[in-house]
Design a protein around this ligand. Structure first.
Ligand code: ATP
Ligand code: MG
Length: 450
């Protein structure tokens, strides 16, 4: 206990200089080599046969120990990227500044990273701060280092575990195995410094705690409230990737609740600020996230377009209502509202053009679900985005935004056969029937014979 305490204190004060790692045998940690993918195992073994150190590292080890199937497998090694490449027939170098290697093993792609080190100390002493921005955010992270240094630059103790399938041991520099057992998410080093270096770690803390059922250590959760605004300095594309990971983690509801509890949604995700304060919006977003969580857990695919369409919908509704109240016709008003919302939020969230296209398709279908006469419902079924639009409609109905009858009508229409479908059609609205008749007149004004 005391040793552990001292090493932790020393570890914080002298990053990278603390003692030897704990080498944990299989009998203690219980992880078996069969639990890692064959591709990652072969990658590690090949590197070791060439005389290099190599381990499965990071999220995969953590997830297996926590009883969760890992998403992917990363390998860390002391071989340089070029040396790694030479060990494999199918491997390619990725990235310019900090190269990693993608090793292809059957259908698997294993990401192999060379141990990274610190570069701060000497540069800071020399007054060279070019590698961080004015808030302390690290802009470059491209120096090779020892395994010990590599462990120290990872974010949480549970993420700094190195698994060697050959000996079935885990190399643990920061008591990650013990923390995982105690259900604690603990930052390596001083949390404030680590958040300053990379504010995305605040989001990672929330996501990993929700995913693994861990409690964020108070030392790591306390600074989040006051440092949350640093997230504004993170490039939008990175924020988008991280938010997407969070929202598609299968624990989105828990994550959003935790984001709020930590005070992180203010300014960070302006759309959550707005939505959660609207009377119908919160229920709608929560229903959408619950359904996303369910889909992820059932292994079904998730569309980012659908997700962001739900998150931003009540903003669109508010704008749409405003424009209609100002005298704009409904359809142009909707398109105007969609563009306005995507212009503002799309930029902040770096929503890609393709995703923005999907979002608009889903929104644009919504008023068309109201039209349930003539040929229109049949044409709707042919729309490429019909299913997404329909799922979206059901959420709107469930949240109480629209009459539940509309959603039910479409469900029944989908399930009905030809005749029953035709019988379900509503009579055309009065104004529309007149318009049709007028269009059928011949140029000389005589009514067309039917
Ligand atoms: P998941 O794969 O479930 O999203 P992960 O922890 O594996 O979670 P990755 O982005 O795959 O996340 O990162 C792999 C490893 O790289 C992490 O386990 C951690 O050791 C390290 N890492 C990732 N992001 C950071 C960061 N922002 N700061 C420090 N270390 C990081
Ligand atoms: Mg990972």
């Amino acid at each position: 206990m005391i040793r552990k305490f001292i090493s932790r204190v020393l570890g914080r004060k002298l990053p990278g200089i603390q003692g030897e790692p704990t080498v944990i045998p299989a009998s203690k940690h219980g992880m078996r080599r069969e639990q890692i993918s064959s591709g990652s195992r072969r990658t590690v073994e090949t590197l070791q046969q060439h005389g290099y150190k190599a381990f499965v590292v990071g999220g995969a080890v953590r997830d297996i120990l926590a009883g969760i199937p890992p998403k992917d497998f990363d390998v860390a090694t002391d071989a340089t990227p070029e040396q790694v490449r030479q060990c494999f027939r199918r491997a390619r170098l990725i990235g310019r500044r900090f190269q990693i290697v993608h090793v292809m093993m059957g259908s698997e792609t294993i990401e192999v990273t060379t141990f990274r080190g610190h570069h701060g100390d000497a540069d800071q002493r020399a007054g060279n701060r070019a590698q961080t921005d004015e808030h302390g955010r690290v802009l470059r992270d491209n120096v090779f280092g020892s395994q010990q240094e590599d462990a120290a630059r990872r974010d949480f103790t549970v993420n700094a575990l190195y698994y060697d399938p050959t000996s079935e041991t885990i190399i643990d520099y920061h008591h990650g195995v013990a923390d995982l057992k105690q259900k604690t998410l603990r930052m390596i080093g001083d949390p404030k410094t680590r958040y300053r270096e990379d504010p995305v770690r605040m989001l990672r803390a929330v996501r990993l705690a929700a995913k693994l059922g861990l409690v964020i250590d108070p030392a790591a959760s306390r600074p989040i409230r006051e440092m949350g605004e640093l997230i504004e300095n993170v490039p939008p594309s990175r924020l988008f990737d991280e938010m997407l990971k969070l929202l598609t983690s299968g624990h989105a509801v828990k994550c959003v609740q935790q984001l709020r509890a930590e005070g992180l949604h203010h300014g960070l995700l302006p759309l959550l600020d707005v939505i959660l304060e609207q009377p119908l919006g919160e229920r709608f977003v929560m229903l959408a996230l619950e359904s996303t969580d369910r889909r992820v857990r059932e292994g079904k695919p998730i569309s980012p377009g659908f997700l962001f369409a739900t998150l931003l919908w009540h903003e669109v509704l508010a704008k749409w209502e405003g424009l209609k109240a100002g005298g704009e016709r409904p359809t142009p008003a909707l398109f105007q509202a969609m563009d306005d919302v995507l212009d503002v939020q799309g930029e902040k969230l770096a929503i890609t053009r393709r995703v923005a296209g999907d979002i608009k398709d889903i929104w644009a279908l919504q008023p068309r679900f109201e039209q349930r006469s003539g040929k229109r419902p049949y044409a709707m079924l042919e729309q490429p985005r019909f299913k997404a639009g329909y799922d979206f409609l059901l959420l709107r109905a469930e949240s109480g935004e629209i009459d539940a009858g509309v959603g039910q009508w479409w469900t029944d229409f989908l399930n009905a056969d030809g005749e029953a479908r035709a019988a379900m059609l509503l009579p055309p609205p009065a104004g529309e029937a007149k318009k049709r008749r007028r269009r059928k007149r011949k140029p000389n004004g005589a009514p067309a014979a039917d």
